[in-house]
Design a protein around this ligand. Structure first.
Ligand code: NOJ
Ligand code: NOJ
Length: 572
């Protein structure tokens, strides 16, 4: 009986992984052509989109995804550029498409939109019409992951071009776009942003993580092509971004809190996507950059996956250490709040990335942080480092491979027979839901398959970075503003200034800034204020501790992009 059982299990395991192999070989080409179909102007489902423009999905109603998002487009083209540069697809048609993407993004980057112009915040605009005009409806904006993801895609292409003798094209064509994007990142990484799901305005782990990666890669590229004169701010801010990244870790519950706002658990595939999109095969299991095999990323993965076990009907009855369908975050209600193909595939991808690194370093380590993750596969396992020659290593890595394949098998089970990948599949019966043929679903499947195939992509320099001991925030570029106000006062009475930004003490009368009476009856002060910003303020007078405000309405100025500014007022 026991013999039979063991045999039976082994057989089930073999059949199961064979079917995942089959899915990889049939779905892989479908995913690739599904991506290409949604790219204008010749993609079969993208008629009407400009050359190189990625349509998020051909769905035009409920939801209407007939737009191009900077995030989706950049992730899709990063995957295509990776295929081109490592030689999976070195065709001239793909090369032409990549060049069209570069042309399209170079144009879109300059399009004024509700977030601003190219120099006043417009790079944070999340989506555009497919003919490259601005989308002017209300939306969750800005979304500050876009410029970073676009820079990373272009830098990946740039690095290959340099290695293949085309540095001048990089310098003349790619660099100006990359430079604008990374200046935006360096200036704004510390400003609030909508998260990648376009819902919460705060700080967001995915956004911070991809911003950090992009800055590091940009500095390396600048050095390679002799463009170092502009990167001092990037070099100054990259360590601060890395420092800030650490603050999302929740040590009590052992996961990464995805957003600093939003009032949810913070358990979110945001963090898993961050890990796979900042994977560096040469960075080992470094936890500061949240590498896929780091103890923090593995602990986080367990918390994330487990959060979906009991909320989706299709996950019921699945063993507590086996793969399940996962979505954006457990509280999600968008389009029914269902599992997403790309989120479930991302779990598998993180695990394949981890297996790749353990294999190349010849060992795996278990810390007290990652112990619960590993105990899923071997309840008696202890903290320590296990060389690849040990049975513990073999037991764990083969169980983790099976676990990872299980997530692909879930996506496989709910993929319709034509191989099409929508955005979501029903939490109650697995039927495809929401946007059909989501370009990002195809890209997410493709990159998970490549990780499963052990494809080696380039390092981005995550190895050996140090986190500063004290984090410094950064409020972006400033301009020097002088306020002069004509105000007669009695002896012992003073004039102060306060207003709507931190540099003007956020409307506080008690910490308002004292003006100088050196040119009485004109009172003056010079302060550094955020550039390109509308700022409200008032003067107040304080006499014997009694505060008198100017009459309403508030005064306001819009600061210039650079330089200095003088405001002359009369007390009101
Ligand atoms: C549309 C966004 O694309 C989606 O991410 C979000 O969940 C819904 N709006 C609801 O805010
Ligand atoms: C909604 C998703 O939440 C967002 O991340 C994505 O950019 C858009 N759909 C377009 O696919």
């Amino acid at each position: 009986m026991r013999r039979f059982l063991v045999c039976g299990l082994a057989l089930v395991g073999a059949v199961f992984s064979q079917s995942v192999d089959t899915y990889v070989s049939t779905e892989g080409p479908i995913a690739k052509s599904g991506m290409l179909a949604n790219i204008g102007p010749n993609g079969s489902k993208a008629a009407g989109a400009s050359p190189g423009v990625v349509v998020a999905s051909p769905s035009t109603t409920n939801p209407d995804y007939w737009y191009t998002w900077i995030r989706d487009s950049s992730l899709v083209f990063k995957a295509l550029i990776d295929q081109y540069t490592v030689g999976i697809d070195r065709t001239s048609s793909l090369r032409n498409l990549i060049d069209e993407f570069v042309t399209a993004e170079t144009y879109i980057q300059q399009v004024s939109n509700p977030s601003g112009t190219v120099s006043t915040g417009g790079l944070g605009e999340p989506k555009f019409n497919v003919n490259e005009t601005a989308f002017t409806g209300s939306w969750g904006r800005p979304q500050r992951d876009g410029p970073a993801l676009r820079a990373t895609a272009m830098i990946t292409y740039a690095n290959w071009l340099i290695a293949n003798g085309n540095t001048s094209w990089v310098t003349n064509t790619l660099w100006p776009v990359i430079e604008l994007d990374l200046n935006y990142v360096a200036d704004n990484w510390n400003q609030s942003t909508f998260d990648l799901w376009e819902e919460i305005s705060s700080s967001s782990f995915f956004t911070t993580a991809v911003q950090h990666r992009a800055l590091r890669q940009g500095i390396t590229l600048a050095n390679a092509i002799g463009q170092t004169s502009v990167t001092s701010l990037w070099s100054a801010q990259a360590p601060n971004v890395l420092c800030f990244l650490q603050s999302y870790w929740n040590p009590t519950s052992a996961y990464v809190t995805a957003n600093t706002g939003g009032g949810r658990s913070g358990i979110d595939s945001n963090t898993v996507l961050a890990s796979i999109h900042t994977f560096d095969p040469l960075a080992g299991c470094d936890a500061t950059t949240f590498q896929p095999c780091s103890d923090k990323a593995l602990s986080n993965l367990k918390v994330y996956v487990d959060s979906f076990r009991s909320i989706y009907t299709i996950n019921s009855g699945i063993a507590s250490s086996a793969a399940v369908a996962t979505g954006r975050y457990p509280e999600d209600v968008y389009q029914g709040g269902n599992p997403w193909y790309l989120c479930t595939a991302a779990v598998a991808e993180q695990l394949y990335d981890a297996l790749q690194v353990w294999s190349s370093q010849g060992s795996l380590s278990i810390t007290s942080i990652s112990l619960p993750f590993f105990q899923q596969f071997s309840s008696g396992v202890a903290t320590g480092t296990y060389a690849s020659s040990t049975s513990t290593y073999s037991t764990l890595t083969s169980a983790i491979k099976t676990f990872a394949d299980g997530f692909i098998a879930i996506d496989q089970m709910y993929t319709p027979t034509n191989g099409g990948l929508a955005e979501q599949f029903s939490r109650s019966n697995g039927a495809p839901l929401s946007a059909v043929d989501l370009t990002w679903s195809y890209a997410g499947m493709l990159t998970a398959f490549e990780a499963r195939n052990n494809t080696q992509f380039a390092s981005w320099g995550a190895s050996g970075l140090t986190v500063p001991s004290a984090c410094q925030s950064y409020s972006g570029p400033t301009v020097t503003v002088t306020f002069n106000v004509y105000a007669t006062t009695v002896y012992g009475e003073n004039i102060y200034l306060t207003g709507s930004v931190a540099a003007l003490e956020n409307w506080s009368p008690t910490s308002a800034l004292l003006l100088s009476s050196a040119d009485y009856p004109t009172w003056s002060i010079t302060v550094d204020l955020p550039a390109n910003t509308n700022i409200e303020y008032k003067y107040i007078r304080i006499y014997n501790g009694a505060v008198t405000w100017e009459s309403d309405p508030n005064m306001s100025i819009t600061t210039p992009a650079s330089g200095t500014y003088t405001e002359n007022d009369t007390w009101r």
